[in-house]
Design a protein around this ligand. Structure first.
Ligand code: FNR
Length: 193
């Protein structure tokens, strides 16, 4: 069947520019014929990680929702803001909760990391920080990343990027990522025969 890709923005606020970037990436993925599951962080609402809560009740429902949706995908894309040069606590907390499940759902999945920020760096330092927990968990984090700087002026009315050169670069990054995921899926199928 077609590739299944989970895409989510990692900020909670309704007007999140990362949610807009996630929606644009989801459109680019759907254009290739792959199937997309577009989510927002609000759907993965969960308390702060607490080992006592885990011992008493297991995972909170928001973490189980994220776990289920990761399990159903071949690859995922996160559009994350950068907070103080690093990963937003909301996203790190979600990764920490979901990492407690066995089989651990981040393992061997392919991931593409993108970011949007009003700053000139576009949140790129946050993505380098995000690589650490994901690679620790065995996620195959795609080497190339995409960061949208000056994000508050970055989108056109139709949801595409206002700068055509950046729109082209984002499209190419998404397509190259999907080619790798597809090649790997074929290789795994051949090995299983
Ligand atoms: C920020 N922001 C920010 N931006 C950045 O480029 N580098 C940074 O280190 C930070 N640090 C930071 C810390 C905290 C606590 C907040 C709340 C914000 C600004 C951030 O990029 C901006 O709020 C974006 O709009 C967040 O993404 P969404 O919500 O538009 O998706």
């Amino acid at each position: 069947g077609p590739l299944r890709v989970l895409v989510f923005g990692a900020a909670l606020r309704a007007e999140s520019t990362n949610a807009r970037l996630a929606a644009l990436v989801a459109r680019l993925i759907a254009d290739t014929g792959a199937s997309v599951d577009l989510a927002t962080m609000r759907e993965f609402d969960m308390p702060l990680y607490d080992g006592d809560m885990e011992d008493a009740e297991g995972l909170p429902s928001g973490a189980l929702v994220l776990r289920d949706r990761l399990e159903r995908c071949d690859a995922f894309v996160i559009s994350s803001p950068e907070y103080n040069g690093s990963v937003p606590g909301v996203l790190k907390n979600a990764i920490d909760w979901v990492s407690r499940v066995r089989p651990q759902p981040f393992k061997t999945k392919h991931a593409l990391l993108v970011s949007a920020s009003p700053s000139l760096f576009g949140g790129n330092r946050g993505l380098w920080s995000l690589r650490i927990p994901l690679e620790h968990l065995g996620t195959r984090v795609y080497p190339d990343m995409f960061s949208l700087a000056r994000s508050y002026d970055g989108f056109a009315e139709d949801g595409r990027l206002a700068d055509p050169g950046l729109q082209r670069r984002l499209t190419e990054t998404v397509q190259a990522f999907l080619s790798l995921v597809e090649a790997d899926a074929r290789y795994v199928c051949l090995q299983r025969r």
